[in-house]
Design a protein around this ligand. Structure first.
Ligand code: NZQ
Ligand code: ZN
Length: 388
């Protein structure tokens, strides 16, 4: 096990009716003027937005709203949100939604502290982030894990880049997780969420470091749980047990605990972000599109690790290359059974031409200036071949 520091200060309030303590929590973290950030309207339709506004007003909090965050959230939306928040002296940002809404809220909270800068300057590290405004979330989709992660992902519509920013300032003050609030999410979003949750642990599971058993047990337990409960959740949109298991996994999978003591890889996320930036693809689907192609390209780097994963998750007894390939095929089939794409033509509806493949490779490697991942670092040719 390698050296690590783990600090996840987010207060997690999990379970039925947990959103009823939102006002108390905001006050606990010194919020007075609250900006509620939300997406395309699902929380209006379910009545959650009205319920929270009423609760906050009854607690004498000032409330303003900012709706319209789109999946794969945009930098321009954040910049406009910062302007609105500044004009209203906002001192607490409350996200109600999935990863896109939470990531937008994080960025607005940072932007409030840097009013003269374009938020992208922080994402590209031209401006060093050294402070933020308190923010918290009410989660409505188990997926990205942004509710406890140190990350936020934005798309710059001008440069066509989708980039994450990892910083301790991205850890929210609180995360309210009521599994019932996820019941209404579309089936495809739930499936994408399950894939993303698995992938956040898989991207940490394949690492260059060996001998890290406690972290392995946590990671394997989480992946087994997702594989067992994901189909049940998709079949039963009102089933509390499966929704709660997946929701807990979603947060745990990306708060770092499933990868402590080793380096992260995250190549598949890099590929996926380029597909999302170019084709506006849903995040989880972009990952299932690429995972098996990545795995088939790199498995020889650590055949035993792939076999071990297959044994743990699917009771695959074969060893050597046969075991590794069977593991990859079985996980790919699992994604397919969730209704998700497993190749680019399924994701985009077309076979990409040479120009598009080169464009994706250029974007992914920052014009051939860096390698991707740590498990088996990938150069320009590797990335191109995997996309192809
Ligand atoms: O916008 P609304 O109307 O709310 O609808 C959303 C949206 O259309 C809908 N939805 C969510 N909860 C619902 C619901 N509809 C009905 N009932 C509910 N209870 O679902 C759609 C997708 O929402 P979105 O927030 O985009 O999904 P997700 O949570 O998967 O977030 C994806 C974003 O997070 C980023 C992704 O790249 C992507 O931009 N990620 C963020 C990470 C982080 N901050 O740590 C890590 C991840 O790897 C990921 O990159
Ligand atoms: Zn992800």
């Amino acid at each position: 096990m390698q050296k690590f520091t783990f600090h996840c200060p987010t207060e997690v309030i999990f379970g039925k009716d947990s959103e009823n303590c939102t006002a108390d929590l905001i006050k606990k973290y010194n919020g007075h003027n609250v900006l509620i950030v939300f997406g395309g309207g699902s929380i209006k339709r379910t009545g959650l937005l009205d319920k929270i506004i009423t609760q906050l007003k009854e607690a004498s909090l000032f409330v303003s709203t900012l709706g319209g965050v789109q999946p794969n959230p945009l930098v321009s939306f954040v910049n406009n949100g910062v302007k609105k928040a500044l004009a209203q002296n906002i001192d607490f940002v409350l996200a109600i939604g999935g990863g896109s809404v939470i990531d937008t809220a994080k960025a607005i909270a940072h932007g409030l502290q840097y009013p003269t800068h374009d938020i992208w300057d922080i994402w590209t590290k031209k401006v060093k982030l050294e402070k933020t405004t308190p923010f918290g979330s009410i989660v409505t989709l188990a997926a990205a894990g942004s509710e406890t992660s140190d990350s936020s992902v934005l798309t710059n519509e001008q440069t066509k880049q989708k980039r994450g920013l990892s910083t301790p300032f991205n850890r929210p003050r609180f995360a309210i997780m009521n599994p019932e609030l996820t019941f209404t999410a579309p089936k495809v979003q739930k499936a994408c969420g399950c894939a993303d949750i698995l992938m956040h642990t898989l991207e940490r599971y394949f690492a260059k470091e060996q001998d890290n058993y406690m972290t392995d047990y946590i990671a394997e337990g989480l992946m087994k749980d997702v594989i067992y409960y994901a189909p049940k959740m998709l079949e039963n949109p009102q089933d509390y047990l499966s929704h709660s298991e997946i929701m807990y996994c979603g947060s745990l999978s990306h708060n770092d605990i499933t990868g402590l003591g080793r380096t992260k890889d995250f190549s598949v996320h890099k590929f996926g972000h380029e597909l999302s930036a170019k084709f506006d693809a849903t995040h989880g689907a972009s990952l299932t599109t690429m995972w098996a192609s990545w795995a088939r390209y790199v498995y020889k780097h650590d055949v035993e690790r792939f076999c071990h994963l297959g044994k743990v998750l699917f009771d695959i007894s074969e060893t050597g290359e046969d075991g590794a390939i069977k593991t990859i095929n079985t996980l790919e089939e699992f994604f397919y059974r969730l209704g998700l794409p497993i190749c680019i033509s399924q994701l985009t509806g077309k076979i990409l031409d040479e120009t598009e493949l080169k464009y994706l490779t250029d974007m992914c490697t920052d014009n051939n200036s860096k390698a991707i991942g740590t498990f088996n670092p990938l150069n320009y040719e590797d990335v191109y071949t995997i996309f192809k």
